[in-house]
Ligand binder design. Structure first.
Ligand code: GLV
Ligand code: MN
Length: 197
């Protein structure tokens, strides 16, 4: 989890010019009820396959979108899925993730540091946990749309996508990737072209 808070709250001043581990606090005199409530997860995300080829959409409530979370070690996401939609393999370097299915049927899986794969298909109301830092995904295996809410013990869990080695700017040299994945340049170039590196 993130460090413990030293005060009741520290609503983030996202525009402060100083840099600290987290964000500095807005003066308490400028804090009001709206700092502690967030309606950004009420709307369904755009899960159209033409948007991202994946048929899924993550809407984040973390310190950047909901500054009241600053220093409190908590954040949530809303994850929407079209039929067949995939929230692709990724990890959160700073948080354990728990989640609950609100609509539909999700295959939830993660891989341990020993390369053991754990997975289960979950229905409405069922919950999962992804241990901190492990690679995981969710796929809609039902017939209609699916919806899940996830929760994190960090105000900014971070996301490392499993495709990030092919998406970096500047690009990682091809010889590093061909040697790593034991494939030729054409394969690396094809994957890079899909992820923008
Ligand atoms: C799901 O894995 C999420 O990060 O919200
Ligand atoms: Mn996740």
């Amino acid at each position: 989890a993130d460090p413990d808070p030293l005060q009741d709250f520290c609503v983030a001043d996202l525009n402060a010019t100083i840099s600290v581990n987290g964000f500095p606090c807005k003066p308490a005199s400028k804090v009001n009820a709206n700092d502690f409530f967030f309606d950004g997860l009420t709307k369904e995300g755009n899960t159209s396959y033409t948007t991202n080829n994946l048929g899924s959409s993550v809407t984040a409530a973390n310190v950047l979108s909901f500054p009241g979370l600053n220093t409190l070690g908590a954040a949530m996401n809303r994850v929407d899925f079209a039929p067949g939609g995939l929230n692709p393999p990724h990890s959160h370097p700073r948080a354990t993730e728990s989640g609950v299915v609100i609509q539909g049927k999700l295959l939830v899986g993660f891989v341990t540091t020993q390369n053991v794969y754990y997975s289960k298909v979950l229905g409405v109301g069922e919950m999962f946990v992804i241990p901190k830092g492990l690679v995981h995904f969710q796929k809609n295996v039902g017939t209609g749309k699916a919806l899940a809410f996830t929760a994190f013990n960090s105000h900014l869990p971070g996301v490392v996508l499993s495709t990030s080695l092919f998406a970096s700017q500047p690009s990682i040299p091809n010889d590093v990737l061909t040697q790593t994945f034991q494939v030729d340049d054409a394969v690396v170039n094809a994957i890079k072209s899909k992820f923008g590196s």
